[in-house]
Design a protein around this ligand. Structure first.
Ligand code: S3P
Length: 165
């Protein structure tokens, strides 16, 4: 694998967990854009939004993507759910869209805690956000995975797809 594998999708689609399993399979590491922002700014995503607002968060994501593009290869990149709207994720590598039914996403978001996710206002607003974003995910993707609950299986399917590229 020379190019990165970039995981995109809505909040709760499993980008980080699947990315971790995929990194193991590919014998490489996972870079998670949210975690990189947390470590570089020394604050949670929620705090970042609270202190600087969404626009600054998007700028931080773009800065990070430009750095990844110039410096990173052979790596699994898991992205924040809004990243493909402002950055062409194909510039970072082979893009995999993790497609998950909305009912499942909302269940996971609520289970994991809506407080951690500053984009979550209420269920109606999240439905709208989801509708607005589907076309970005679809048009950014080189491959769409119908991601289920079996993490290893999801990672294996991506691994098999990438092997054939
Ligand atoms: C966001 C998703 C979050 C995080 C931030 C904004 C979004 O990442 O980047 O809260 O706009 O959808 P996850 O998709 O990992 O939850």
């Amino acid at each position: 694998m020379s190019s990165n594998i970039v995981l995109i999708g809505f909040m709760g689609s499993g980008k980080t967990t699947i990315g971790r399993a995929l990194a193991k399979l590919c014998n490489t590491i996972l870079l998670d854009t949210d975690s990189l922002i947390v470590s570089n700014y020394n604050m949670s995503i929620k705090q970042f939004f609270h202190s600087f607002g969404e626009e600054k968060f998007r700028e931080a994501e773009i800065f990070l993507c430009n750095w990844i593009k110039q410096n990173v290869n052979n790596t699994i990149i898991s992205t924040g759910g809004g990243l493909p709207l402002r950055y062409n994720s194909r510039d970072l590598g082979n893009v995999i869209y993790l497609k998950v039914p909305f009912s499942k996403l909302i269940e996971r978001i609520q289970r994991e805690g809506v407080n951690k996710r500053p984009m979550f206002k209420d269920v109606d607003s999240i439905i709208n956000l989801y509708k607005q974003r589907i076309s970005y995910y679809e048009s950014s993707a080189n491959y769409t995975l119908n991601a289920g609950d079996d993490i290893k299986n999801n990672a294996r399917e991506i691994f098999n797809y990438v092997k054939g590229c």
